[in-house]
Design a protein around this ligand. Structure first.
Ligand code: MCA
Ligand code: AMP
Length: 508
């Protein structure tokens, strides 16, 4: 697509060159090896409290953990589940796996047994480094041979030998579970080079430097917190304050106490921060970034007026890390996501306007899913492009706006909910004859999960509380419906498929 690219101006005309060597871990080692006492990450550390960990200490510690993982018999390419509330230990466990050539599988600690069992079956991990309550027993039940430890990796010491930071750019580094445009969660395989390109593009575009300090309260089990927040910090050689969970007072305290320069969040976080008496503190930061879901134009305006901050909105995906961003300099246009990031090519499909992308950031395929991988890429014009399932338009100034989705997806508070996964669980409720869920607009959550239910003859329609309590054992709680609409029948097309976009709240 012939869109202007503001980034070359941002980098004084320099071409988009990835740092050498072309691996994330190699680039980190190069950046972080100087100035060992410089603060790197702040957060819970070693089970003994919360403090700053310096570059040298972090590099030494992650090398030690990598040695333990190698000594435990883990081989390059083995998958390791990594999960827990944000802490320096969690970040170190993640980095140690990558340095040892292992493939990290980040997992949401809110998952229930069935959701976890699907991942375990699908990617056959060799080990799990987890801090979530009850998960040691849960995992032992699911996979008795799995090596399970907490993120402090309390295993016998060993040497990483020649495994440390020796991966190749094309080696798999991360399996990011996502449903893609259809189906059950599958693992998007991202290589070292993909992750490097994904983080580097925003370091360049957002002028992220070693002087920056990020307040990072996004979870470290999604690309936003992990692939942008953590990876970008380590690549820029900056520093980050890690907070487990989002609490507005803690955010403002953290920004002030640690003199942070940046904040990244999902729109639901900004919605809550906009009403906080200290919202003007955001205006004092060098950069606030929003993404993972649309930032409503009126929320953008509210933050300008009340907080003095023009939030920079960008667009990304698990399969591609970051794709498109509003400019750092120049207008951050409300309702638009901006321009393709350095190294990323974007093209809108003829007829549909689906966003097609390619570049060094784009994943290699879904783990052991050749068919889904083939479907995810389209030949269009001059080669193979990844199909995002998002629909977009470009305005006369070249700004890209997302205008819809082809894929069945609800995004609630920045978390993805796949309607069919929820349908399948709710259908088991004894009073439910038929059910379909869809998203409805919500000022707080962006979209909210609603269930349209045809009750079994002679039974009362279950309430939202009934369905939440029934499904709560099977699904993480952000997937549960917040409202229920009783129906005589569901809208279906000629093939009998539920037409979700015809599901409406009463009166709307
Ligand atoms: C929590 N709850 C939710 C959500 N989060 N319900 C719907 N949608 C949600 N997102 C429910 C809980 O299950 C709980 O229900 C109740 O709300 C309160 O829970 P609590 O933990 O206190 O909620 P919170 O701390 O206020 O969490 C809201 C949040 C969080 C901070 C917005 O959801 C969050 O961190 N979202 C960001 C996730 C993220 O990083 N997404 C990026 C993925 P009950 O009371 O019944 O238990 S996308 C991505 O990575 C791509 C690449 C991209 O572009 O970035
Ligand atoms: P995930 O599958 O979790 O990686 O989520 C990726 C999806 O989030 C994208 O395909 C978009 O639908 C959505 N998304 C990410 N950023 C934005 C944004 N700024 N505006 C609208 N949707 C977004």
């Amino acid at each position: 697509m012939d869109q202007p690219r503001p980034w070359t101006e941002h980098t004084d005309g320099a071409p988009f060159d990835l740092p050498e060597p072309g691996t994330l871990v190699g680039a980190w080692a190069a950046t972080l090896s100087g100035d060992p006492d410089r603060p790197l990450l702040h957060g819970p550390w070693g089970g003994v409290g919360t403090r700053w960990v310096g570059r040298g200490e972090f590099l030494d510690h992650t090398a030690l953990l990598a040695g333990r993982l190698v000594a435990a018999g883990l081989e390059a390419g083995d998958r390791v589940l990594v999960s827990g509330p944000s802490s320096v230990d969690l970040a170190a466990a993640h980095v140690a796996c990558l340095r040892a050539g292992l493939v990290v599988v980040p997992v949401n600690g809110g998952y229930r047994e069935a959701e976890l069992a699907h991942l375990v079956r699908d990617c056959a991990p060799r080990a799990a480094l987890v801090d979530d309550d009850g998960w040691v027993d849960l995992l032992a039940g699911l996979a008795p041979d799995l090596l399970v430890a907490d993120t402090k990796v309390d295993l016998p010491d060993g040497s990483p030998g020649d495994r440390l930071d020796r991966v190749a750019p094309e080696d798999p580094a991360l399996l990011g579970y996502t449903s893609g445009t259809t189906g059950r969660p599958k693992g998007a395989v991202l290589t070292q080079a993909n992750l490097l390109a994904g983080a580097w593009s925003v370091v360049v575009a957002w002028r992220w430097t070693s002087a920056d300090r990020l307040l990072l309260c996004l979870p470290l089990f999604h690309m936003h917190g992990l692939g942008v927040g953590l990876h970008g910090t380590l690549l820029a050689g900056g520093s980050a304050v890690l907070q487990a969970g989002f609490a507005p007072d803690a955010v403002f305290d953290g920004l002030a106490d640690h003199r942070c320069s940046m904040f990244f969040g999902v729109p639901t976080m900004y919605h809550r921060l906009a009403d906080h008496p200290r919202v003007t503190d955001l205006g004092a930061l060098r950069l606030c970034v929003a993404g993972s879901a649309p930032l409503a134009a009126d929320l953008h305006h509210r933050l300008v007026v009340k907080g003095g901050v023009a939030v920079l909105e960008r667009y990304g995906m698990t399969e591609t890390v970051m794709l498109v961003s509003n400019p750092f300099d120049g207008e951050r246009r409300p309702g638009a996501v901006g321009f393709p990031l350095p190294g990323v090519e974007v093209h809108l499909a003829e007829g549909t306007g689906e966003v097609l992308v390619r570049g060094p950031n784009v994943f290699t395929g879904y783990w052991e899913r050749p068919e889904a991988t083939a479907e995810a890429f389209a030949e269009d014009g001059d080669g193979s492009w990844f199909r995002t399932g998002d629909l977009a338009a470009v305005d006369s100034d070249g700004y890209l706006s997302l205008v819809g989705r082809m894929k069945e997806l609800i995004i609630s508070g920045g978390l993805n909910v796949y309607p069919r996964e929820v349908d399948d669980v709710l259908a088991g409720h004894p009073a439910v004859a038929e059910v379909a869920v869809a998203g409805v607009p919500s000022s707080e959550w962006g979209e909210e999960v609603v269930a349209w239910v045809v009750p079994v003859d002679g039974r009362e329609c279950p309430t939202a509380a009934d369905l939440r309590s029934y499904a709560g054992d099977h699904l993480a709680s952000y997937k549960l419906p917040r409202q229920v609409v009783a129906m005589d029948s569901l809208p279906r097309n000629a093939l009998g498929k539920v037409v979700r976009h015809e599901l409406r709240l009463p009166g709307s």
